[in-house]
Design a protein around this ligand. Sequence first.
Ligand code: NAD
Length: 463
Amino acid sequence: MPVSESMVKEVVQEVLAKMQISEAAAGKHGVFRDMNEAIAAAKEAQKVVRNLTMDQREKIISIIRRKTHENAEIMARMGVDETGMGNVGDKILKHHLVADKVPGTEDITTEAYSGDRGLTLVEMGPFGVIGAITPCTNPSETVLCNSMGMVAAGNTVVFNPHPQAIKTSIFAVNLVNEASLEAGGPDNVACTVEAPTLESSDIMMHHKDIPLVVATGGPGVVTAVLSSGRRGIGAGAGNPPALVDETANIRKAAQDIVNGCTFDNNLPCIAEKEVVAVSSICDELMNYMISEQGCYLASKEEQDKLVATVMDAKGRLNRKCVGRSAKVLLSMIGVDVPDNIRCIVFEGPKEHPLIAEELMMPILGVVRVKDFEEGLETAVWLEHGNRHSAHIHSMSVDHITKYAKALDTAILVKNGPSYAALGFGGESICTFTIASRTGEGLTSAKTFTKKRRCVMQDYFCIR
Ligand code: NAD
């Protein structure tokens, strides 16, 4: 009897079920059933990694870069299919950005002090095995970017990814290990469990072999990590306001804000979540957004329907709406719009639930304020003290300076779309872990190191 493809698939699934291994994890490097096993494997791998030369570490990073470019579309599609969030085109760009702009070993530098009493070096050493918790909004992007920085710094990493994005996260973990093996490094430089839960996360956060935990996600996980008794790096939630004053180039501001807000359907934590506009230019801004930037003006009745659809009575987000396009969100309230509609706009008070809450959807409420001073106060209120990201469109150096000081955020983009802060059309590095709560800001390899002082008394000063 000829063996068909479906018969082979059936047999493979039966074998996997008997072995209790999920299809996503089968044959993948770095995937374990149990969190303790994953940590033990990462610990063994770290013994090897810490003895690799910087050149060898860099070789691993460069192969991760190549493989990320090669698999960008696959991971983008997997992410959208598995989570239902975001869009494939923008996710492809995000992966290329990770491959090109996440720093490697060049980020690890040494401070030196030399003088009459000798030479002192302050070097950046690895922590060991780092525990990392990753979100479903940028799943493979975060696994790749964390792995690159952590391995460049001489660590290995164990992930507890978001359960809703486990297949995509496992794909990225496997890619990292394949890169290490191809470079002559060890397997299991990145590890994970095939079925992450709050329990596996708890084991990881309290394990004796995990000296540092890095959490990328909402307020719940960051608080959990910071209460773990371990050193924690907390990359938490934001609700970035974009302020537009009377000195701005209004047409460009409309374009930049809508481009930033709609990137990957508003999933990035840095993306514009609401607009604060000075009254004298508010109508002009709204006109440009509607007539030139594909925005749909929602009526009061449609706003109410959106509130009832995107959140429940307690104000919790409906996960089925997070990262959906404007067209899909509007279809959920019975409004059919052409494909070129990419954002929903309306004017409302700052307390409006679609404005005050971090939605992660292309819905932009516009709060009208009488002048810059009122706009500043409104933006501070809307950012909720997250100290994460804020954006401003203004030609006044005085306004920009006051705004930067008052908002006190890890990221502030002036006169550009929010994604410029990730190095996309802006200068500098890329990361998908922005440590807003704990103050490290944009994380990179050096964030995942500890300082070590090495002193030679009375020698090696050759001045
Ligand atoms: P989420 O908080 O629901 O989940 C993030 C991760 O934390 C997941 O792996 C989840 O399983 C885990 N988790 C949640 N609660 C936990 C708890 N009490 N203990 C242990 N683990 C827990 O977030 P999400 O929906 O995946 O991502 C969106 C949120 O993350 C938004 O608030 C966004 O602003 C934020 N985010 C921040 C950054 C940043 O760099 N600052 C980057 C991406 C996303």
